[in-house]
Design a protein around this ligand. Structure first.
Ligand code: C2E
Ligand code: CA
Ligand code: CA
Length: 745
């Protein structure tokens, strides 16, 4: 889970990728469907054209057949009537039928003998007609129709019907001529643009052509097609072979930008075929073009919608990524933040794995590092620390920064956890930032969680409890949640269950620890401390204050103690002239409500107590909490007239500039500095704090003075006030009354 993989880690890009791939799949499907649809429409149109062309051919053939049959029938009737009627001369015959010729579209009748000599119905004489043998080669009773040929009397091309008959003992042939042109009218002129209808013989010679002038020398359709549709020779050869085998057929060929549909079938006259050639020029082409354009248009619109959708997804993605980053990512380390940690850890808790751990790691004295090295440097340190954790912890660990200097991790590890923890300690003990080496001291709390753990907050609390167990010790840096803590937790649960009731039952009592002014060795005041008297037993604040701070019950308790102290002061005021200054601890939990001080003011007003008789103690650690505006809060306290002490001074690492801007009256030097001080030397922290206090012009109290040597030491350093067992332990109100009314201590 390195930082480079952040986007994957947060699962955002996965969703994003899947959305995009769905869009691409959609687009691909639309594309394929369109492609097939165009083809389908094309086939549909082609199928239609096939049907149409067949119909056109059939109709043309029928019409042609009808026309030829009529003419044949007329020739047959004429010859039959010649046989039955006693015509004297050829001219008589002509005479009889001349009037009917036009009705049957004949141009003239010709009667010739075997030598090709004879007469025409329009009075012309024919001599040695060259093709006479062709006509006498036919059977006697059949009506023969010839292919076209040039007329002997005009420039026209003509077809000739003929039938052999006997006239006055001599074999003759009756010929009736038609202009080939007349048949062209039957064949459709220009079928849908390019193409046409042809009547051909078996060899492919064009006998009738729908639009060309019929030429004297036969033009061969196959040759012509080979020339015109040169890229489709195979199909044309197949057509030729088919016709030779008396077959019919339909096919299409593509030539340049045109498609030609071709249908051929027998005409039923001689060996003649009718061939229809149709181009897709108008109907089909136009239709396909419309379909293709509309589908392309649809495709284009689809594409546009998809592009807009992709754009939307991408910008949305960027936006949600930005929102996600702001909400879930810690900008300093690029790891997740507390919110992210809890969300992910909650998911993790639901899994069925074993050997799971949740750990919290605190960099000890990080505030001090901040003061020494500055924010930017320490941000680099945090970043680098996070990176080191990512490297050491198992790959699918969830690692986050859950607060300023506290990191959290949740992972599965089936080897020795202590070795892993030691590795972390070893590798982070000295961190190189730029050219500087920084020595880090960590506190790690470990909670091994199992299937019964489903609440991340509880699991985190347990890890933090384990961590709290070692905070401040220098000999061990990690603690694994164990039975001792489990018992403590149970104890705490018991406390939580009984705290409200205890408050109502007045089980919380105030004790006072006197404070001695060094210069006259007189009691100048006392610190009010809480005690819980439960079933005859006294519970120390250390056992419940940290818990009450977490569950915020401390807010109620502090106010309660404050009111008790006020009552005591009221009673002292009635009895004594001198009233000591009382210090009361104020938890930082109050600071979440900026107006909290109003409650305190109300109580002092209620008991008519002068507020400068009361000193509110605020721990130094509360003054360095980034989330609260401490200066503003302290100013409001000060405005009301309370005194302000900074408790446990020296442990919270407040900065000098911060101290300068805070309206404080007293600095309370923590007990640890007394314990650690080399009483013989001037070079100790208390000494420096004294110098600082003088500069800030505030009073100093040293607490935890247990021996005469310590008291003398504090005096020597110039402290103003001493508090500690050496003078007195915290005592009851009654005892304290006696204590401060004594003349000597
Ligand atoms: P603190 O405010 O630093 O109070 C001083 C603690 O040091 C007291 O412990 C006191 O009994 C102890 N002490 C004083 N002189 C000596 C000494 O010479 N030697 C040793 N070993 N200890 C000495 P206590 O009363 O147990 O209170 C512990 C902490 O609980 C306090 O530390 C304070 O932070 C908190 N606390 C106590 N009462 C209240 C309260 O009413 N409200 C809040 N918010 N916190 C309280
Ligand atoms: Ca205190
Ligand atoms: Ca203290």
């Amino acid at each position: 889970m390195s930082k480079q993989e952040n986007s994957n880690k947060y699962g955002i890009t996965e969703k994003y990728k899947s959305k995009l791939s769905w869009l691409f799949i959609l687009f691909f499907i639309i594309f394929v469907v369109s492609f097939f649809y165009i083809n389908y429409v094309k086939n549909l149109v082609y199928g239609n054209v096939y049907t149409n062309i067949t119909e056109i051919s059939e109709q043309t053939a029928t019409q042609l057949n009808l026309s030829i049959s009529e003419q044949k029938y007329f020739v047959k009737i004429m010859v039959d009537s010649i046989k039955n009627n006693q015509f004297k001369t050829i001219d008589d015959i002509f005479q009889r039928y001349r009037g009917d010729l036009q009705n049957f579209h004949f141009t003239r009748l010709v009667i010739l003998d075997k030598q090709g000599n004879g007469l025409t119905s329009d009075g012309l004489e024919v001599k040695n007609y060259a093709s006479i043998d062709e006509f006498f080669a036919q059977e006697e009773d059949t009506v023969y129709l010839s292919e076209h040929r040039p007329s002997t009397v005009s420039n026209n091309q003509v077809n000739i019907y003929s039938r052999i008959f006997h006239f006055q003992g001599e074999e003759k042939v009756l010929m009736a001529t038609v202009n080939t042109e007349d048949y062209q009218d039957i064949l459709l002129r220009r079928l849908f643009g390019k193409g046409g209808t042809y009547v051909i013989n078996h060899s492919g010679d064009i006998l009738i052509d729908s639009f060309e002038e019929i030429k004297e020398n036969n033009v061969n359709l196959f040759e012509q097609m080979r020339k015109n549709y040169s890229t489709n020779l195979q199909e044309i050869n197949e057509m030729e072979a088919s016709i030779q085998q008396n077959k019919i057929g339909t096919f299409h060929i593509a030539q340049e930008n045109d498609t030609y549909f071709i249908h051929y079938e027998k005409l039923g006259i001689n060996d003649w075929y009718i061939v229809t050639i149709l181009s897709d020029d108008t109907i089909a082409k136009e239709l396909i073009r419309i379909v293709t354009t509309s589908i392309s248009l649809c495709l284009g619109i689809n594409l546009m919608i998809i592009v807009i959708a992709i754009y939307g997804i991408v910008t949305n993605e960027k936006k949600s990524h930005r929102i996600f980053k702001v909400a879930f990512i810690d900008p300093v380390t690029s790891l997740g933040n507390e919110k992210y940690f809890k969300e992910k850890a909650n998911e993790y808790l639901q899994n069925e794995r074993e050997h799971n751990y949740i750990i919290t790691l605190d960099i000890n004295k990080f505030k001090a590092l901040n003061n020494i090295y500055g924010y930017d440097f320490c941000n680099c340190l945090l970043d680098s620390f996070g990176e080191t954790l990512v490297k050491i912890l198992p790959e699918d660990s969830i690692i986050c920064r859950i607060s300023a200097d506290v990191f959290g991790a949740i992972f599965t590890y089936d080897k020795d956890i202590e070795i892993l923890l030691k590795t972390i300690l070893k590798q982070t003990a000295s961190m190189k930032i730029g050219t500087e080496f920084v020595h880090l001291n960590l506190s790690i709390g470990v909670y091994p969680f199992g299937k019964k753990d489903t609440d991340i907050n509880k699991a985190l609390d347990k890890a933090s409890m384990a961590r709290a167990k070692i905070k401040g010790f220098y000999d061990h840096n990690y603690y694994i949640f164990d039975e001792i803590l489990e018992n403590k937790l149970m104890e705490e649960q018991k406390i939580e269950c009984s705290m409200e009731e205890a408050l109502e039952n007045q089980e919380f009592k105030v004790v006072y620890q006197p404070k001695i002014l060094i210069k006259n060795e007189k009691v100048m005041g006392a610190e009010a401390l809480v005690r819980w008297e439960k079933e005859g037993e006294i519970i120390s604040p250390n056992q419940f204050i940290p818990l009450f701070e977490r569950n915020k019950f401390i807010i109620k308790l502090d106010l309660y103690i404050f009111e008790q102290v006020c009552r005591d002061i009221v009673s002292w005021k009635e009895k004594y002239d001198f009233i000591p200054t009382i210090s009361i601890n104020l938890s930082k939990a109050h600071f979440e409500n900026e107006d909290f001080i109003e409650e305190y003011v109300k109580i002092t007003d209620k008991y008519d107590i002068c507020r400068n008789q009361i000193d509110l103690e605020i721990t130094e650690s509360a003054t360095v909490d980034e989330k609260i505006d401490i200066v503003k809060i302290l100013n409001r306290i000060k405005e009301q007239g309370f005194l302000i002490s900074i408790d446990d001074f020296g442990t919270g690492y407040s900065s000098l500039s911060m101290l300068q801007s805070m309206p404080i009256d007293i600095i309370k030097i923590d007990k640890v500095f007394v314990d650690k001080a080399d009483l013989a030397s001037d070079k100790n922290i208390i000494n420096y704090i004294m110098i600082l206090a003088k500069r800030l012009e505030v009073e100093t109290i040293v607490e935890g003075i247990e021996t005469k040597e310590q008291a003398d030491f504090a005096k020597k350093l110039g402290c103003d006030i001493i508090q500690g067992y050496y003078y007195s332990k915290p005592i009851s109100r009654e005892e304290f009354e006696v204590y401060f009314n004594r003349n000597e201590i």
